[in-house]
Design a protein around this ligand. Structure first.
Ligand SMILES: Cc1ncc(COP(=O)(O)O)c(C=O)c1O
Length: 405
């Protein structure tokens, strides 16, 4: 008789986005005359840039020829893409990362979820609160989270690092010592960013207590302030304590194309064991590589033309972010993020719960956002709006929110 994996049975229902979608559907069904604007999920809206679609077309044509056909990709990904990433994302920033420390994948979500497999089940995990739910749920699936407390809405074996307005949305070194620390900057959902000095403190701490930092850099393309690091490897000592995860979804609009990569430096070791070898083993055993056509598309992200076009796309979304930030401030809201990140994190007025604010915004402004409490208990009384909508929708949504007063 088979039995289901009990750790999966501990998972909480995927309440957040399904409830958001259901409430929107119900509202639209009962108010067919209203146009609801969705600034909730972190999906991009601009089409793929021409430099990238050209590269994809070319790769498709190649695949139709005997000479240009490509079957299974090399385990780590094609050298042309790993070299482009190493040169542009690391070497250009003075970081010492070589192409053979970069593992190409079909996106950051899978890597964020799978990376925990190479650590023992006994490792203590620390997460920011609020948090991108993948880090928590995949550790629940792996049996590392303990039991869920309905009152506190926390898992008994996870270490929570609250990030609220009071501490500038910066996690503080926890009192219990973790083995694995998940950090994401620029942050989803708070839009918070970390300075190089602050990140250096985390690297020093991780090296001191022999913890590993899993650094999710999915939103690094939105950084415009020179004092904010794009990569954890800009910090001294990060090669011995950090894994970094990248996505092509938010910098290049690949949410539906699918491409990402993970960096595991060869200096990152548990005793004599190189985590690089374990991740290579995992990659080789469980994954057969991102498609050639998509890896060529990824290479075009780093071409001169690609970089120029993508800079414009990021600027487009950041114009939305500025409009939301300024508009909400004018309307009297306490707002955060939105400066080096595509997320705006606002404090709900008069201590309203995140879900009550969601309902009010939907009913009175016909705007859909994401309740902060869905990202963790410290997200209660906050609310997330994204800058990934069209400019027209963003302006209309903000103007409606202003009129709601
Ligand atoms: C923090 C963070 N990491 C990773 C991802 C997933 O990225 P990808 O589309 O590459 O799987 C997201 C997507 O929203 C995200 O917000």
């Amino acid at each position: 008789m088979f039995t289901a994996n009990g750790d999966y049975l501990k998972l909480r229902g995927s309440y957040l986005f399904s409830t958001v979608a259901r409430k929107q559907r119900e509202y639209e069904a009962s108010h067919p005359d209203r146009k609801v604007i969705k600034l909730s999920i972190g999906d991009v809206t601009l089409p793929i840039a021409p430099a990238i679609t050209e590269a994809m077309h070319k790769a498709v044509d190649e695949m139709a020829t005997a000479e240009g056909f490509h079957g299974y990709a090399p385990d780590l990904g094609y050298e042309f893409l790993r070299k482009a990433a190493a040169d542009n994302d690391y070497k250009a920033r003075g970081c010492d990362i070589s192409p053979d420390e970069i593992f190409i994948s079909d996106g950051a979500k899978g890597d964020c979820g799978n990376i925990q497999e190479i650590f023992s089940k006994e490792c203590r995990v620390a997460v920011c609160d609020p948090v991108y739910p993948v880090y928590v749920d995949t550790n629940v699936m792996a049996g590392r989270a303990g039991t869920f407390n309905e009152q506190t809405e926390t898992w008994s074996d996870l270490i929570y690092m609250p990030c609220t307005a009071e501490n500038g949305f910066m996690p503080e070194i926890p009192s219990e010592t973790p083995d694995i620390i998940y950090l994401c900057f620029p942050n989803n959902p708070t839009g918070g960013v970390i300075t190089k000095d602050a990140l250096q403190k985390w690297v020093d701490y991780a090296n001191k207590v022999k913890a590993v930092i899993i650094y999710d850099a999915a939103y690094e393309a939105y950084i415009s302030d020179a004092s904010i690091p794009h990569s954890i490897y800009e910090c001294e000592g990060a090669r011995t304590c950090a894994i970094e995860i990248h996505s092509f979804s938010k910098n290049a609009g690949f949410t539906g194309v699918r491409l990402g990569y993970t960096v595991v430096p060869k200096d990152l070791k548990s005793g004599d064991v190189m985590l690089h070898s374990l991740w290579a083993r995992r990659h080789g055993t469980k994954y057969n590589g991102a498609p050639y056509i998509i890896q060529r598309a990824g290479e075009a992200v780093y071409s001169e033309e690609g970089k120029k076009q993508l800079k414009e796309q990021v600027a487009y979304y950041m114009k939305n972010a500025a409009y939301i930030l300024d508009g909400l401030k004018e309307a009297g809201y306490e707002v955060y993020g939105g400066k080096n990140a595509p997320y705006i994190w606002l404090k709900t007025p008069d201590g309203m719960s995140s879900w009550d604010f969601f309902d009010m915004l939907l009913e009175r402004a016909n705007v859909v956002g994401t309740p902060g409490s869905g990202f963790g208990p410290s997200g209660e009384h906050y609310f997330r709006l994204t800058a990934f909508g069209s400019y027209e929708n963003t302006v209309a949504a903000v103007d409606r929110i202003k009129k709601m007063q």
